[in-house]
Design a binder for this molecule. Sequence first.
Ligand SMILES: C[S@@+](CC[C@H](N)C(=O)[O-])C[C@H]1O[C@@H](n2cnc3c(N)ncnc32)[C@H](O)[C@@H]1O
Length: 248
Amino acid sequence: MIRQCLAQVPKEGKHRAKARIERGTPDDIFVSKLAGVKLDQAKQNTEEVKNNVTFNQSIERSLLSGGRTNYIQICAPFELYALTRLIKPKHVVEVGVSAGVSTAYLLHGLQKNGQGGVLHSIDLPEIQSRDLSAKQMLRASWALPPGKKSGWAVPKYLKKFWDLRLGRSSEVLPILVKEIHAIHLFVYDTPYEIDEAIVDFALVDKKLRKGSVALADNCLTPISWWARKRNAIIYQRKSSGFRGFRIA
Ligand SMILES: C[S@@+](CC[C@H](N)C(=O)[O-])C[C@H]1O[C@@H](n2cnc3c(N)ncnc32)[C@H](O)[C@@H]1O
């Protein structure tokens, strides 16, 4: 199992607790290459969401309601939103939901598109133990706080675009791929075993179409294998292990 994406910066003690989404400058080049658009257009779309203070703060407030300040989450939520806006996917497939930061940004993009796109998410939830020590509470984790379900930080009004399926990816993906004719955007954000990821990717591969984009976080060997198989150029989001390619 390999992974560690984003840990939050806990500010406790005298400071007010704050659960934060990743606020680094979005990588517009990464978005433009993957979406096949000019840099200006990519930037316009990352800025659309970056400047949406109301939306960003609402996700942060929801995260805080889980009782911790630190959640492992995707390192590129703004880029996911921008890609959704630019690709205009009918079907997005995501593996790895946890609190639902990536989920919320993908759904927000679909809502803004207003073209009836659906996000199909798969999650095998891990539950946080009820009696964590103070030190453990500050450690970043994707485990769900007691009483919370996968995607608990996703705003209710976005859930109408959401098809959430609980279970192991290797069990759920074979069923899902039979139900949809194409996958236009794929996001893999789960602790993975190389063999399992390769089987998952082979299933998704059959549904990729011209212009589809596949992304995986901290999953170098399997995504590189997949891009090579597709003869596609692999792009890396700056300062991260988030990589993806586009079907030409
Ligand atoms: C890193 S978290 C996902 C973070 C999420 N993308 C976000 O941005 O907030 C990984 C999630 O994948 C789940 N998971 C672990 N193994 C899985 C598997 N084999 N299939 C599906 N989900 C899995 C974990 O329990 C966890 O909820």
